[in-house]
Design a binder for this molecule. Structure first.
Ligand SMILES: *[C@@H]1O[C@H](CO)[C@@H](O)[C@H](O)[C@H]1NC(C)=O
Ligand SMILES: *[C@@H]1O[C@H](CO)[C@@H](O)[C@H](O)[C@H]1NC(C)=O
Ligand SMILES: *[C@@H]1O[C@H](CO)[C@@H](O)[C@H](O)[C@H]1NC(C)=O
Ligand SMILES: *[C@@H]1O[C@H](CO)[C@@H](O)[C@H](O)[C@H]1NC(C)=O
Length: 420
C-alpha cells in the first residue's frame, strides 16, 4: 500500500515537472481562495478516465459552494473588505483524480499562495488522499460527507475536519434503537470491505452483553447523517446557477432543461438528505475561523495590521493557528443547528433514521421515521412514522447463538447507512 502511494506521488510529481497541473475548472478570484473538491462524474477504472456523469445533486453541491461564498462576499462588513474566491475541481469520484486536483492548492505550485482551505472531498478515500497531501502544507480540509472512522485520527490527519459524524456512531444508534424498542432478533447486513467489517465488529461487541440475537435478512432501516434544507437555495439554483458559467452545466443539459421547465423537477425530493446545507456550513466554518484569525493576527496585533494585503498574508503564514480557530468554531447553522467540532475534527453525531417503506403500489422509499443525537438531552428516538409489516414473518437462521435465541423468528432490521 505504502509503495503504491509512493509511486502515485512520484508519478504526480513527475507530471508536475512536465507542467501538467490540473486545469482550473470553475473559479472566481478573491483575496483568499476556498478550494472545492466535488465529484461530478464517476471514474472508469479500465480506461482510467472520468466517465459517466453523476446525478444533478452533484451540480447542486457545486452551486451550493458558489452560493455560500457569494453570499459571504455580499456582506462587505463581515470580513472588513477581504473577499473570498473559489476554485472548484471535479474529483470524478476517484482518489487518484482527487490527489491530482489537490496539487492545484499546493502553495509552491501556485502563482499566489492564497488558499484559505478546501471544502470536500465527498468520499472518504478521496478525503484521505487530499488531506495526506495538503496536510503537508497545513492546509485545512472540511469534508461535507466523508464518514470513515479512519479520518478521526487527528495525529495522522490533523488538518482534516468534517461536517458529519464518523461511522462508529451509527452502531450506537442501532443498539439504542434495538434496546429501546425491545427488538431482540435483528438482521445485520454489511458490505465485505473495511467499512462493513469494522461496523460488524463494533456491532457484535456492543450487543455481546445484551439480549439481542442476530441473523441475516433483508434491509428495512437505514441511518444517515442529519442534513437540513438550505434555505433559499432551490430558487437560487434555478434562477442563477442555471445561467452561470459553471463549466459542467452542459454535461447535465437534459436535467438542467427539465429544471428550467419546472421548479419541482430540480429540487431534490424532500426525503433525500440534502448535503448542500453541509457545504454551506463548511464555508461558514471557514468564515467564522477567518474572522477570529483576523482579530488575533491583525486587529489585536501589536502594532495592529491595518493593510488588507498584509493581514491576508499573515493569515496565510499562520495556517497552523488557523487550525485552532477552526476547532474552536461554534455557531448556529440555520439548517443544521449547533455546529462544533470535537478535538478530532468530527461534527457531533446526529442522524436521521429512515425506513424503507411501501408508498404507492410497488413503490419503495426511504422515509424519515426518527432521529438520534449524540447528546443525550437532544436524543429523540421518535419513530412514530414507522410502518409495521406484521405479515412479514420471513425468518432466518440465527448466526450469533445465545442460549435464549430461537432459530426462527419475526424480524426487524436495521442497517448502517452507506452514503453515495
Ligand atoms: C505547519 O505548522 C507547523 C507548526 O504546527 C510548522 O512548524 C510548519 O513549518 C508548518 N508547515 C508549513 C509548510 O507551513
Ligand atoms: C421494553 O421492555 C421493558 C421491560 O420488559 C418494558 O418496561 C418496556 O415498556 C418495553 N418497551 C417497549 C417500547 O415495548
Ligand atoms: C504567526 O506566525 C508567526 C511566524 O511564524 C509567529 O511568530 C506567530 O507567533 C504566529 N502567530 C500566532 C497567533 O500563531
Ligand atoms: C427529532 O425529531 C423530533 C420529533 O420529530 C423533533 O422535535 C426534534 O427536534 C428532532 N431532533 C433532532 C436532533 O433532529
Amino acid at each position: 500500500m505504502a509503495g503504491k502511494q509512493l509511486t502515485l506521488f512520484y508519478l504526480l510529481l513527475t507530471n508536475v515537472a512536465e507542467g501538467v497541473l490540473p486545469r482550473i475548472q470553475y473559479q472566481m478570484s478573491g483575496d483568499l481562495i476556498i478550494g472545492g473538491l466535488i465529484p461530478l462524474h464517476n471514474y472508469d477504472d479500465i480506461s482510467e478516465r472520468c466517465a459517466s456523469r453523476r446525478d444533478i445533486g452533484s451540480l447542486r453541491l457545486v452551486e451550493a459552494l458558489v452560493y455560500s461564498i457569494t453570499t459571504v462576499n455580499q456582506d462587505t462588513e463581515r470580513l472588513n473588505g477581504i473577499t473570498l474566491g473559489y476554485e472548484i475541481y471535479d474529483t470524478c469520484s476517484s482518489g487518484s483524480e482527487t490527489l491530482k486536483n489537490s496539487l492545484a492548492f499546493v502553495p509552491s505550485l501556485r502563482d499566489k499562495d492564497n488558499v484559505l482551505g478546501v471544502v470536500g472531498p465527498q468520499r472518504s478515500s478521496s478525503s484521505i488522499q487530499a488531506t495526506k497531501l495538503l496536510g503537508l502544507y497545513n492546509i485545512s480540509i472540511i469534508s461535507y460527507l466523508s464518514t470513515s472512522d479512519e479520518l478521526s485520527n487527528s495525529v495522522r490527519y490533523p488538518y482534516f475536519y468534517r461536517m458529519v459524524p464518523p461511522d462508529i456512531f451509527q452502531i450506537n444508534v442501532i443498539v439504542d434503537l434495538l434496546t429501546s424498542y425491545n427488538w431482540t432478533y435483528v438482521g445485520f447486513i454489511y458490505s465485505d470491505d473495511s467499512y462493513g467489517n469494522n461496523a460488524k465488529l463494533e456491532f457484535f461487541q456492543q450487543v455481546e452483553e445484551s439480549r439481542i440475537c442476530t441473523a441475516y435478512d433483508h434491509r428495512a432501516f437505514t441511518i444517515v447523517p442529519k442534513a437540513g434544507h438550505l434555505a433559499n437555495f432551490d430558487e437560487y439554483f434555478r434562477t442563477n446557477s442555471l445561467n452561470s458559467n459553471n463549466p459542467w452545466l452542459k454535461d447535465f443539459q437534459e436535467e438542467v432543461d427539465d429544471c428550467r421547465g419546472s421548479a419541482s423537477n430540480c429540487a431534490t425530493d424532500g426525503e433525500r438528505p440534502q448535503f448542500e446545507s453541509k457545504v454551506a456550513d463548511a464555508v461558514e466554518v471557514f468564515v467564522v475561523a477567518l474572522i477570529e484569525q483576523k482579530r488575533l493576527l491583525c486587529d489585536e496585533a501589536e502594532p495592529p495590521v491595518s493593510s488588507k494585503s498584509d493581514c491576508v498574508a499573515k493569515i496565510i503564514e499562520n495556517r497552523s493557528s488557523f487550525r485552532n480557530s477552526i476547532l474552536e468554531v461554534s455557531f448556529l447553522s440555520p439548517s443544521n443547528g449547533r455546529v462544533e467540532f470535537n478535538s478530532k475534527g468530527d461534527a457531533a453525531g446526529r442522524y436521521d433514521i429512515r425506513q424503507f417503506q411501501t408508498q404507492k403500489e410497488n413503490q419503495f422509499e426511504f422515509i424519515v421515521v426518527g432521529n438520534w443525537s449524540e447528546i443525550a438531552a437532544d436524543r429523540h428516538l421518535s419513530i412514530d412514522r414507522v410502518k409495521w409489516y406484521l405479515d412479514d414473518t420471513t425468518g432466518g437462521n440465527t448466526v450469533y447463538r445465545k442460549p435464549w435465541c430461537r432459530s426462527r423468528f419475526v424480524v426487524n432490521h436495521v442497517i448502517p447507512g452507506r452514503l453515495p
